[in-house]
Design a protein around this ligand. Sequence first.
Ligand code: MN
Length: 310
Amino acid sequence: MSNVVLKLPEESLLQIIKHYENKKTPAKAQYVRFTAKLTDTVVTVYNSGKVMFQGAGAEREAGKWGEASAAATKVSGAKGDTLPEDFAKLSVLGSDETGTGDFFGPITVAACFVPADKVELAHELGVKDSKLLSDDYMRKIAPDLREAFVHKVLTLKNEKYNKVQAQGWSQGKIKALLHNQALKHVLAKLDPVKPDAILIDQFAERGIYYNHIKGEKEIIRENVLFSTKAEGLHVSVACASIIARVAFLEEMDRMSAEAGVTLPKGAGKIVDEAAAKIIIKHGEEYLKTLTKWHFANAGKAKVLAGKRRS
Ligand code: MN
C-alpha cells in the first residue's frame, strides 16, 4: 500500500478526470472534485488541485502524471504509506534502529513482533514513544520486552562498520541490510505464523530501501509498509526502538569499561573532547575501533589532541 500526492495544473486535472472517467465513483465530500476506483488504486482529485493516489498501484498511476508535468510537486503524503484505520490493533512486526548519529558506539537494529492479543501487554509493560523515554527507563523495561516478544536485535560493531563504510557503503545501505536481516530472523522464528503487516520506521523511501538490498539472497517484501514516526503507529515499532536503544547502551557500557572512560553519546563537543583524550592515551588506531571514523568528530579530535600535546 502506498500513498502519493501530486499538485497539478488544471490541464492535467482535466486529463486525469477524462482518463479515469469510466472508473468514476461518487465524490464523498464537497472538497473532492472527482474520485475513481481502479482494482488496486483509488484516485482522488481535490478542489485544491491536488491529486491523491492510494493503494498498491499508487506509484504506477501517479507516475503517469507526475513526470508529465513540469509544474508537478510530489509532496509524498504522510511521509510513507497510508495505514488502515485499525492498524494499531493488528499483529505487526516492527523495526527500528539507533546509533546512527553517535560518533562512539555501534549501529543497532531491532525487529519485534507484537501480536494483536499482546498490544495491551506492551502498553502495560510501559512502552511509549522512545523519543519521550529516558535511557534509564528503557534499560528498566527492555528485559521484560525481550522476554515477552519474539524479536531480533543486531549490533554492528565499529570495526565492521568502518570497514564497510570505507568500501563505500552509505549509512542508508547499512541500515537497510540490517533491517532486512532482523526482519528475516523474526519471520523465521515466527514461522508458520505470519504478521498482518511489517512496519519499518522509514529512514529511506521504499524504492531506495530495496535498491540498497537488491544484492541480498532473501529480501523481505511481503506486507512491508514504511512510515516515518512509526513508533506512534504501532507498539511493535516502539518496542523495537527500545530494544535497539538498550542494545546500543549495553554495547556502549562494554566499550566504556574496556576503554576505561565513559564514552559520551551523540556527536557534539563533549564527544570531541573525549575522543582527543583517547588519542592522547591510546592513539588514533584505538580510537578508530570505538567510533564511526568517517564522522567529522575524528578530525576535530585529532586537532584537539595535537594542541594538548604541544
Ligand atoms: Mn527510526
